[in-house]
Design a protein around this ligand. Sequence first.
Ligand code: AMP
Ligand code: ZN
Length: 432
Amino acid sequence: MEVFDKAELWSRDEIAHAQLTRLKTTIGRAAKCDFYGKRLADAGISAENFNDLSKLADLPFTTKDDLREQYPTGLLCVPKNEIVRMHCSSGTTGNPVAICHTRNDINSWADLMARCMFMVGVRSNDVFQNMSGYGLFTGGLGIHFGAERLGCMTIPAGAGNSRRQLKLVRDFGTTVVHILPSYALILAENLIEMGEDPRQIPIRIALVGAEPYTDAFRRRIEDLFDLKVYNSFGLSEMNGPGVAFECPEQNGLHIWEDAYIPEIIDPVTGKPCADGEIGELVLTSLCREGMPVLRYRTRDLTRFLPGDCVCGRRHRRMDRILGRADDMFIVKGVNIYPMQIEKVLMSFPEVGKNYLILLENDGIGDVLRVQVEIEKQHFVEDMRALHGLRDTIARRLRDEILVTPRVELVEGNTLLRAEGKAVRVVDNRKPK
Ligand code: AMP
Ligand code: ZN
């Protein structure tokens, strides 16, 4: 198999060997900042005495709050003049999380990203258009440098402005894009409105990530554009994109275990989950110099897929992200994730590009409203047909989430569209 980096084909033994060596180095580096220095000393752990990967759980967890408290440079483990770039995580209130990178950090991140892209068939003769926002968001520069590393002609188009995106695609013959799932459907809609057939444009591969989406959503993007979609996962705290990526099998995302140690834990007890069991993803960086992060609690929910991937890579696979622990909402005592709702909605061909979950309290109890855009050709005058569809969607949702929602069908293109990552849930309930 042709690969960008030999580490992609390492055996489990080779992975474990590199993990221990790199974790020891990481512990040694981390101890240089006061925050980890104290925590590691309290746990009695040093680079010299840590010699067994199975003792990983002895290391302290790091939470998002820890990173916020250490903003801006409390976790720096190298002199500030060795830092060449910083990024922030998105969607935070109060202090953001800032991650600082050395030149080696930026290089190894670009290599990881190039590895992901090469794995799904991107080559130097591809034209790559990055339709994600740039700036502090890692989906911009992070993927950009991976594409340049591969030798692609790289177009930093940025987010939105479908007309300009289309012009660039046409003028430069774009074959690969990086795009948010929510924007992919909007782009298709805008192209159709401009009289274009999205299936006729030359894009053959879309790297899609940064927010949760279901497999049914993926198939929609693939059908609309006639291309292959590969799921791209990452988070700023672990560089950004390039942490885990789907291989051509499209059956789970390989986590690059030569660069990260993944764990999946019960979010309440902190105990490890068995393969196949859903829990919170915890990641330790293994190659970072500027700001190593130990056992970071991502709040992202997923599971290790049991068994080996038929592609031959031995880096463990995780399932697509079910949602963030913070996205879960409770209605009438039932825990619900937005992706459960999306899965049902996307199984209806009549359902359009956008939906919104509204949580309200009518004075008696919780009300779950689901507003669903309906494709133009299905938004017919025939009220009976529409009511029938609405009731069927409500029934199917109830079967999935055990709560009967109030489904409202709205015309395509009428729900608010977010600028960056999609907003799927609005909770208007008064605090109890
Ligand atoms: P950021 O703070 O901008 O670095 O965003 C990182 C977060 O985006 C992750 O912790 C996930 O919650 C989410 N995310 C990134 N990639 C994916 C993906 N492929 N599927 C689902 N969620 C994702
Ligand atoms: Zn695979």
